[in-house]
Design a protein around this ligand. Structure first.
Ligand code: ATP
Ligand code: MG
Length: 421
């Protein structure tokens, strides 16, 4: 992508009404735009990051046999009444259609997925069943001051599993745990994420959260110093032993919940009388699990963790582009033409090798402005071509998270491959 054509613009000063670092940086760098409190648009750069997050999640969920579907966000009141959540789900957005018919904008999809899957499941032979979607959710959150980490409209991957027994659910639940760790590892959060025991909110008595440790987090967790299992403050008793290793030493940390998994049992299959015919011809209620992870919250969380004074530092797999190729303008037109020609050749070469490149071809920007924009946007690898580098048939290469600059001969640009993999 040529930066001169990119639908985006960097902004020097942080917007005054944004308190959170993630929103300040993402708005300044041209990734997102605020429509109203807790509601954001995504520019091409922001959408690319979101799509990368989505791709990682889909890939790992498909590895554990999840099949992608899409359910509606507009859901009749009667579905919510059937489970009692029309009244009990505090953040439910309720709207009235023509003729006074009432709906909710779905904050989660148990009320849709259960009667939906029910139509296709008859006997034990049809189970287990794993379906997921990556969709927009709506929640009427009271406080929205954490940028993308808490919004009223957000993107979530929600996976639902249906089983013949609790045993079968237990086995799948462990698989999901492993898949989630893989997802967070690929996003650069391996060292930061803790499996955390928590209450189940309106879903179940008990659940596991995936909490990422950051000072911008809204939750307090206690991390076992020995085995790294954590417990959410909301459920922690005054005196407690780690359920994993039995030790009693906990470290308190601020954290943000990026994922949450629940063994729902028959909590939602019962209200819809979702039964299957078992081997012995008896009818039994289907056992269920649900598993959520928030794309947009993850994007905000990654920015909170990976940044410096100059801007964002994207981990490789989620970065909007892999390479930021920057052509610095010279006052001499002949040299300028040569810089442009060489830069375009490198640009096409890299793209030919399937590298995602943002090419700063802007002619009206000074070197300082181009470097400042590159640091703010945070693409992992910067490649600079200028009058000075051309004299040596070279480019300057710098990784965003390092200080050192390397001079590499243009003919040796294949070294980029190693740095990018
Ligand atoms: P919280 O306790 O932070 O409000 P939650 O427990 O209500 O979150 P879940 O119902 O477990 O959230 O939703 C699954 C995932 O969806 C969360 O782990 C999070 O990643 C994401 N999520 C939930 N609410 C929001 C929100 N308001 N904005 C952005 N992402 C959200
Ligand atoms: Mg939760």
């Amino acid at each position: 992508m040529k930066q001169s054509e990119l639908f985006s613009r960097t902004i020097k000063d942080a917007p005054k009404n944004e308190k959170s670092l993630n929103a300040q940086l993402l708005i300044r760098a041209g990734f997102i735009d605020k429509l109203s409190a807790g509601v954001y648009s995504f520019l091409p750069l922001g959408l690319k990051v979101l799509e990368n997050i989505e791709k990682i999640i889909s890939e790992e969920i498909e590895k554990i046999d999840g099949q992608k579907i899409l359910m509606p966000g507009l859901v009749s009141k009667k579905n919510w009444e059937q489970t009692g959540r029309w009244k009990s789900f505090e953040e439910l957005f309720k709207i009235k259609g023509s003729g006074g018919k009432e709906y909710a904008l779905a904050p989660t999809h148990e009320e849709v997925v259960v009667p939906f899957v029910q139509k296709y499941i008859y006997s034990y032979k049809d189970l287990p069943c794993y379906v997921y979607q990556e969709q927009v959710k709506f929640r009427d959150e009271i406080r929205v001051k954490s940028g993308l980490m808490r919004t009223r409209e957000f993107k979530m991957k929600d996976l639902y599993s249906f089983h013949i027994s609790e045993d079968d659910l237990d086995k799948y639940y462990e698989k999901v745990k492993t898949a989630y760790f893989k997802i967070f590892e690929r996003m650069g959060l391996k060292e930061k994420v803790y499996l955390t025991m928590a209450s189940g909110g309106s879903f179940s008595d008990f659940s596991h959260e995936f909490q990422v440790s950051t000072s911008a987090g809204e939750d307090i967790i206690y991390v076992c110093e020995n085995c790294k299992l954590a417990i959410n403050k909301e459920i922690k008793q005054d005196y407690l032993k780690c359920s994993e290793c039995g030790k009693e030493q906990f470290r308190e940390e601020k954290a943000i919940e990026v994922g949450n998994i629940f063994k729902l049992g028959t909590k939602y299959t019962e209200p819809f009388n979702f039964e299957f015919v078992d081997k012995d011809s008896s009818k039994k209620l289907v056992t269920m699990g649900c598993y959520g992870v928030g794309h947009t919250r993850l994007m905000g969380t990654i920015v909170e963790i990976y940044n410096d004074k100059q801007g964002i530092i994207w981990p490789k797999e989620v970065a909007p582009f892999q390479v930021h190729l920057i052509a610095l303008n010279s006052r001499d037109q002949a040299i300028n033409n040569k810089i442009k020609k060489t830069a375009e050749k490198i640009y096409h070469d890299l793209r030919g090798r399937k590298k995602e490149v943002l090419y700063d071809d802007r002619v009206d920007k000074r070197p300082g402005e181009k470097f400042a924009d590159a640091d703010l946007i945070g693409i992992p690898l910067r490649v600079v071509i200028s009058e000075r580098t051309l004299e040596k048939d070279s480019v300057e290469i710098k990784e965003r998270h390092k200080q050192e600059v390397r001079i590499v001969k243009i003919k040796d640009l294949r070294v980029l491959n190693n740095m990018l993999s």
